[in-house]
Write a protein that binds this ligand. Structure first.
Ligand code: CA
Ligand code: CA
Length: 345
């Protein structure tokens, strides 16, 4: 054989071998193709499912994005509001600090005022106590001064026939004139007491000094038991007209408490000047008798009332005499004119 035949023969063998191998591979390929086809369909299904999922997700995404966008807007709005509120808050915070400081100051002031108030209240209370006690003291001084001025009814306090000093002095006086104390007030008794007062007193125009009650000047009424012991260095009892008048009335009424012996307050007009004076009036039935123990004057006998007043006015050189009031220890009777006095007496 030649080379060509060999080659063709070889090619033929190769061809047969290739054909066999090719047949084997073809059926393999078919089977592979079917597998791939199956795989393809499976993948296609998966793809469709995935695609559906994707569409769904896309839709969810869009909706979420939209929500997100809305939320973003709301967030921005809220952030603006927050910023505004924050500013307001900061402003309020500063105002709060200022107010807090003011409050603290006020609290301190209040506390200080409270302390001052308590102190003042305490001062007020003690002042009130002092005031009340001074008021009481003032009232008692006022009462004493009113009495001592012998204003109206107060004059009755100074007729003291029941005072033990007055009774003892009356007994001594009557005894010194040789008259027994028989409990009946006679003209002799009255004359003795009147005379004794004249010789044992010294006119002292209303100056009275008492360390316990203070100094008094001007009109000042003495109780009989004060006049009895208010003596000067020579032993004379000091006083003035009302003091000697109430002393005489008290001594006389200590012998017998008669209702016809009165202290009298009169006004004498001398050269157009008025003088207030006091003396004793004795109601002797339709007549009267006057004793002025300050001036040792007496009508001596009982006279008609107008005559008695006229005689007494002459003694003074007075143009007129007005009976202002008469009193004893129980009564004080005022008169607007002498006619009223005559009607009463
Ligand atoms: Ca007598
Ligand atoms: Ca006096």
């Amino acid at each position: 054989m030649n080379k060509v035949v060999i080659i063709f023969f070889a090619i033929g063998i190769i061809g047969i071998l290739v054909g066999i191998w090719g047949g084997v591979n073809y059926s393999k390929a078919i089977s592979q193709k079917n597998e791939i086809k199956e795989e393809y369909f499976s993948l296609k299904e998966d793809y469709i499912a995935l695609n559906n999922s994707y569409i769904e997700l896309q839709s969810s995404y869009n909706s979420l994005e939209k929500n997100y966008s809305n939320l973003q807007q709301k967030y921005t709005t809220l952030e603006t509001k927050y910023s505004l509120l924050n500013n307001s808050y900061n402003t309020l915070q500063s105002e709060y600090y200022v107010l807090q400081s003011q409050y603290s100051n006020l609290q301190q002031n209040y506390s200080d005022l409270q302390d001052s108030y308590i102190e003042l209240q305490s001062s007020y209370n003690s002042l009130e106590t002092n005031y009340n006690s001074l008021q009481n003291e003032f009232s008692s001084y006022k009462r004493m001064i009113e009495i001592r001025y012998g204003l109206r009814e107060n004059a009755t306090c100074f007729v003291t026939p029941n005072d033990m000093d007055v009774i003892n002095y009356k007994n001594l006086i009557l005894g010194s004139y040789g008259i027994p104390s028989d409990g009946i007030l006679s003209w002799d008794d009255i004359d003795a007491i009147f005379d004794w007062i004249w010789w044992n007193t010294w006119y002292n125009y209303d100056t009275y000094i008492d360390d316990n009650t203070g100094y008094f000047y001007g009109e000042f009424w003495q109780y009989p038991n004060e006049t009895l012991y208010n003596t000067d260095d020579w032993g004379y009892m000091l006083g003035d007209c009302e003091d000697f008048t109430v002393l005489m009335a008290s001594l006389c009424k200590a012998e017998e408490n008669v209702n016809w012996l009165w202290c009298a307050e009169i006004t004498l007009t001398i050269n157009s000047t008025e003088y207030r004076h006091a003396c004793i009036f004795i109601d002797d039935g339709s007549l009267m008798r006057i004793y002025d123990p300050t001036n040792n004057y007496t009508t001596g006998v009982s006279l008609p009332e107008q005559d008695a007043l006229n005689q007494y006015a002459s003694f003074w050189g007075a143009d007129s005499i007005q009976v202002d009031a008469i009193f004893n220890e129980n009564q004080y009777i005022e008169f607007n004119n002498n006619q009223e006095f005559f009607t009463f007496f």
